[in-house]
Design a protein around this ligand. Structure first.
Ligand code: BGC
Length: 668
């Protein structure tokens, strides 16, 4: 390759500017894709065509499927579902001619107000890693290269183009890096997107520590890093510190990069490494071998994908409260549907670059009317008295409440906007059988939680909104989802309540909570959440029993891979309906390790008929018994007694056991 050819691969061509790359094969680059790199015909290198898509093909694509928000998919706690989620997304992207899918978004949710919470999977590093790897494999099975983002510490939208995440190395390694690690090791992801923010004072896309030391050396990532749109701030620093490709244009990686090479500021060897990193995943994904007939205008929808979208919404909807087992509804019950999201403006997706043009929307009112066998009335809630009257006249009132969440903005607080709290309180006062359905992208405060009979978190449910919520409300589907993040009781009781932590002071966000992110903080400070991480109800009941941990003593030898630990739990469906339960296994470290009280290290979902018992086997790896030792710069397993806790939420761990880890007399 000539230097020009190499450099052409290292940046996007700004379709908006209509740039013409002389000597290459596009007179006018296709405008549809949000990022493109031109083909190099002489060498048979295909073009790269990038499109957004966390819940469907984005960038104003038509004739595609709108899936529920990723946070909903993750709430299934089902990696098989995430694989299928990725598969459907990958198939539609490939059908649109896309060969790099900009997703998934895998950052740990640190700040509950974060505007991109809905795009992510939640607040646990291990959990996010499992979900990420599954979705990436699904996407890449269909042709496109997945681009996991945003690397690293992209945990707020406030001041996102400049914000500096001030975070200690151990926290970086133990909380923020693991989803990216799993994407490399289990997901075999082809590319990552470096973020807008800085980590410890240095912009992500020129941060030698996070790009070179962590990603490329420690995690042995052999693919490429592209910049987020506008996240490149230099030529020489970016090129020398690990940015392989600038997107979406050539401001720093076009003529300026060529000059830097000519001037000897960036070596040819460095350029070669960047180019190799871009080409390797392209070869691995078969981009040189396959033809991709699809075009941006192709219709990639299918009845199967509509069904799948509904199924994700059903499996991602969480039953949080169900007093007196009022749910599921009887078809004969009269219903009042209340709230704008109930029909007028259903809240089916979040905003920003992940937004998708839905092919259709089934509103909750439509879905419920189709399913109900009795009168269903509607009030949009703009008139409180009217809403209360409508609610009072029905046997059940179902209030739909929502938040708007979008890239570029954090929510100002966790309060439901537009006086929806008042609406819910008014309806609850008029009808003792009030159920609240939340279409939010993240946690909200619920001052009315004690006054309503039922609460459901349906997230942003996608195009099949109404059909999915009706299936849950009437019990055609038994809810089985669990929270992938904590819902707090009050604004003061969140891990990042101080201004220094979020949105930051003088451009710095102090990660002073350290390892105590999400439920780790609630546990460490003995703070009672409103609904804990891992929590979710069902229309049936389950019992966990017979926890066994084998071996009870784990001998680790330095240099040798540790034997795996097997955890077994029996789960019984003690109710009258078939249903699915998640077994969650947490590990508590010995105090000397300085870890949060307990941390999720394994989970599995199991389907059970009424009365049925199934043994569930899970594995714990050596990482479960390790901490990141900053002085050694690596994960090191530690001697001591570890608690093994199993249950159905982070706050309901009824089964306890322990394991002793001992190194076999070899120096570490
Ligand atoms: C977002 C990315 C997105 C890109 C291209 C950026 O603003 O942060 O997630 O992929 O735009 O649309």
């Amino acid at each position: 390759m000539t230097l020009d050819e190499k450099i052409v691969l290292m940046h996007g061509v700004n379709a908006m500017k209509g740039t013409v790359e002389t000597g290459f094969d596009w007179a006018v680059p296709p405008k549809e894709y949000v990022g493109v790199a031109p083909p190099i015909k002489r060498l048979g290198i295909p073009s790269l065509k990038l499109a957004d898509g966390r819940a469907g093909v984005g960038n104003d694509a038509k004739d595609i499927t709108l899936l529920p928000a990723p946070i909903a998919a993750a709430s299934s706690w089902d990696t098989g579902l995430l694989h299928e989620f990725g598969r459907v997304l990958g198939e539609e992207q490939w059908g649109k001619g896309t060969n790099v899918e900009l997703g998934p978004s895998i950052d740990v949710v640190r700040v509950p107000e974060w505007g991109r919470t809905f795009e992510s999977y939640g607040e646990d590093p291990y959990f996010n890693g499992q979900m990420a790897a599954a979705e990436i494999k699904g996407i890449q099975s269909q042709g496109p290269i997945a681009d996991a983002n945003m690397y690293l510490t992209m945990n707020q939208e406030s001041d996102r183009f400049r914000a500096d995440s001030v975070v200690d190395e151990r926290t970086l390694q133990e909380i923020y890096l693991p989803p990216f690690e799993a994407s490399v090791k289990d997901g075999h992801v082809g590319t990552f997107m470096c973020a807008y923010v800085k980590t410890n004072g240095v912009y992500s896309c020129e941060n030698a520590h996070i790009l070179r030391d962590l990603l490329k050396t420690q995690l042995k990532f052999d693919g490429w890093v592209m910049s987020d749109w506008g996240a490149t701030h230099s030529t020489v620093d970016c090129a020398n510190n690990g940015l392989d490709q600038q997107m979406p244009d050539d401001t720093f990686y076009g003529a300026a990069l060529k000059k830097a090479v000519v001037d000897g500021k960036v070596s040819v060897a460095t350029i070669d490494e960047h180019v190799r990193r871009i080409l390797v995943p392209m070869f691995r994904q078969g981009l040189f071998d396959k033809t991709q007939p699809g075009k941006w205008t192709s219709n990639v929808r299918s009845p199967q994908h509509d069904v799948f979208s509904r199924s994700v919404a059903e499996q991602g909807t969480i039953l949080l409260k169900n007093d007196r087992a009022l749910l599921p509804l009887q078809p004969t019950a009269t219903i009042a549907v209340i709230g704008a999201a109930g029909d007028k403006t259903p809240k089916i997706e979040g905003g920003g670059s992940s937004a998708v043009i839905a092919p259709y929307t089934v509103s909750p009112l439509e879905g419920i009317r189709k399913r109900a066998g009795a009168q269903v009335n509607y009030a949009d809630g703009s008139d409180l008295a009217q809403a209360a009257k409508t609610a009072g006249a029905a046997q059940f009132a179902i209030v739909f409440a929502n938040t708007d969440e979008t890239e570029g903005d954090d929510r100002p607080d966790l309060v439901l906007p537009s006086k929806q709290d008042q609406l819910i309180a008014a309806v609850a006062a008029a009808n003792k059988q009030t159920i609240v359905v939340l279409d939010t992208g993240g946690p909200v405060l619920m001052p009315w939680a004690g006054q309503v009979a039922g609460i459901i978190e349906a997230w942003y449910p996608g195009q099949e909104d109404g059909n999915a919520i009706a299936a849950i409300l009437y019990g055609d589907v038994n809810p089985s989802a669990k929270l992938p993040l904590t819902f707090p009781r009050t604004a003061a009781e969140i891990p990042t309540a101080k201004k220094e932590q979020w949105p930051g002071v003088d451009g710095h966000s102090q990660y002073s909570e350290g390892l105590n992110v999400g439920y780790r903080w609630y546990d460490a400070t003995n703070t009672q959440p409103l609904f804990p991480f891992g929590f979710g109800l069902s229309y049936t009941t389950f019992q966990f029993s017979h926890l066994s941990v084998e071996p009870a003593e784990l001998e680790l030898r330095s240099g040798a891979a540790a034997g795996k630990v097997t955890v077994k739990v029996d789960v019984t469906n003690t109710g009258k309906r078939k249903g699915a339960e998640v077994v969650e296994v947490y590990v508590g470290h010995p105090p000397a390790n300085g870890e949060p009280p307990h941390q999720l290290r394994a989970f599995a979902k199991v389907q059970l008929e009424p009365g049925q018992t199934k043994p569930v086997m899970l594995e714990l790896d050596e990482r479960s018994f390790s901490i990141f030792d900053v002085s050694q710069g690596r994960w090191v397993s530690q001697d001591g007694r570890y608690e093994i806790l199993a249950g159905d939420s982070s706050r309901d761990l009824t089964l306890h056991s322990s394991i002793t880890v001992e190194h076999a007399g070899v120096s570490r």
